[in-house]
Design a protein around this ligand. Structure first.
Ligand SMILES: Nc1ncnc2c1ncn2[C@@H]1O[C@H](COP(=O)(O)OP(=O)(O)OP(=O)(O)O)[C@@H](O)[C@H]1O
Ligand code: SF4
Ligand SMILES: [Mg+2]
Length: 336
C-alpha cells in the first residue's frame, strides 16, 4: 500500500483552443495522506476545478496534461490504459463529483434506473441481472441512508427532489464502490444555508462510516472548509500560494493573498453571525493566457518587491508549522 492516497507532482494542465493557451494549472505539487480531508480554496478562475479534473484522470477535451504526475494509491494514472483507469482507479480508488454535478442525473429516469445505467457503464455489463440489481439497490440504499436520504428516494425522478437531495444522490452513486478518495467540487455552492449544513454533515458521515477514507474538497465557502478539512491549500492563478493545516491557514495566514482572501470570504460563527469585516481584494485575477512573470500575485500584492516581478518564489516553511507559503517575504524568516 502506497504511503499517500494521492501524490501530485509538478502538475501542469493548459486549455488550448482558438482563444489561445490558458495556463490554468501550472506546477502544482501536493500530497494527501490517508484519512485526511484536504480543502482547496481561492477566488474564481484560480484553477481549482481544473486541478480536480486533472487529478480525476479525465480532463475535458480542451484541457491538456502538459507535464507532471498524478499518483492515486501509488498508481501513476496517466501511465495506465483506459480500461485499468476505469475499473481499478475510478471505481475502487477514486471518485470525482464535478461542480454542478446534480445536473448529471437523467431527468426522465427514476433514480434506481439511473443507478443501474451507471453501474452497467462502470462494470462493462451493460444489462444487469435481477440478482445484481438487488445487490446494487441494497448498496445504494445503504449509502443514501448514510447521506440522510430515505429509501423511497430511489423511486423518485430528479425533478421530485430538492437541490440538496439531488446532490446527495449523486454523491451516493459516486461512492457506491467505497472509493478510498473522494474528490468533490463545490457541493454546497448552489444550496441554501440549511442544505449546506446537511451536506457537510453527510460528507462527514461518509468518512465516519468508512465509505470513503480521504477527501479533496473544493469550496469558496470558508465555513464549510473549516467544518470539514484538517488541511488546506490556497490557490491563486493556477498555482499554490499556501499549504497548511486548516486552522493555522485561516487564523494566521502566511501568504499576502491568503490574508486578503480570508478577510474577503465571509465566515460565520455557530449562531450564524458573520465574523469580521468583509474587505474585497483590490484588482482582479490575471488573464491566464498571459500570466504575470515572477510571483503571479505581484500586480495585486501590497508588499510587492523587485524580486517578485521577475523570480518565482519557492515554498518557504516557517518554524514547526506544517506546509508553507510561496512568497519572498518569508525568505528571511525561514532560513532557506
Ligand atoms: N473550457 C475552458 N476553456 C478555456 N479556459 C478555461 C476553460 N475552463 C476554465 N478555463 C480557464 O481556466 C482558468 C481556471 O479555471 P477553473 O474553472 O479551474 O477555476 P476555479 O478556481 O474552479 O473557478 P470557480 O471558483 O469559478 O469554479 C480560468 O482562467 C478559466 O477562465
Ligand atoms: S512573492 Fe512578493 S508579490 Fe508575491 S505575495 Fe510575496 S511579497 Fe507579494
Ligand atoms: Mg471551479
Amino acid at each position: 500500500m502506497a504511503e499517500h492516497i494521492l501524490e501530485v507532482e509538478d502538475l501542469r494542465g493548459y486549455y488550448r483552443g482558438t482563444f489561445g493557451v490558458v495556463h490554468a494549472v501550472d506546477g502544482v505539487s501536493l500530497t494527501l495522506d490517508r484519512g485526511v480531508i484536504l480543502g482547496i480554496a481561492g477566488e474564481s478562475g484560480g484553477g481549482k476545478s481544473t486541478l480536480a479534473q486533472l487529478v480525476s484522470g479525465t480532463p475535458p477535451p480542451l484541457l491538456h496534461l502538459e507535464g507532471g504526475r498524478v499518483l492515486v494509491d501509488g498508481i501513476d494514472i496517466y501511465n495506465i490504459d483506459s480500461e485499468e483507469l476505469r475499473t481499478e482507479i475510478k471505481c475502487k480508488r477514486m471518485s470525482y463529483v464535478p461542480q454542478s454535478s446534480m445536473e448529471s442525473l437523467n431527468p426522465v429516469k427514476r433514480i434506481r434506473d439511473f443507478i443501474f445505467d451507471v453501474v452497467g457503464q462502470r462494470t462493462s455489463k451493460r444489462v444487469l441481472s435481477s440478482e445484481r440489481k438487488k445487490e446494487v439497490i441494497e448498496m445504494a440504499a445503504n449509502h443514501m441512508k448514510t447521506l440522510g436520504l430515505d429509501r423511497p428516494v430511489l423511486d423518485r425522478y430528479p425533478h421530485e427532489l430538492s437541490g440538496g437531495m439531488k446532490q446527495r444522490v449523486v454523491i451516493a452513486i459516486s461512492t457506491l464502490w467505497n472509493p478510498k478518495l473522494l474528490i468533490i467540487d463545490e457541493p454546497t455552492s448552489a444550496l441554501d444555508v440549511t442544505s449546506q449544513k446537511r451536506m457537510i454533515e453527510s460528507l462527514l458521515n461518509l468518512k465516519r462510516a468508512r465509505i470513503i477514507e480521504s477527501m479533496l474538497y473544493i469550496s469558496h465557502d470558508l465555513t464549510s472548509l473549516r467544518q470539514l478539512c484538517g488541511e488546506c491549500i490556497i490557490m491563486y492563478a493556477g498555482k499554490i500560494a499556501e499549504i497548511g493545516d486548516m486552522e493555522g491557514t485561516i487564523n494566521d495566514p502566511l501568504h499576502p493573498y491568503s490574508r486578503l482572501l480570508t478577510a474577503a470570504i465571509a465566515s460565520y460563527d455557530s449562531k450564524g453571525r458573520r465574523k469580521g469585516e468583509l474587505k474585497s481584494i483590490a484588482g482582479s485575477p490575471p488573464d491566464l493566457r498571459y500570466p504575470p512573470a515572477g510571483c503571479r500575485f505581484h500586480p495585486r500584492c501590497p508588499y510587492v518587491m523587485d524580486i517578485c516581478k521577475t523570480k518565482e518564489p519557492p515554498m518557504f516553511r516557517t518554524g514547526e508549522r506544517m506546509g508553507g507559503a510561496f512568497c519572498w517575504l518569508l525568505a528571511s524568516q525561514s532560513g532557506e
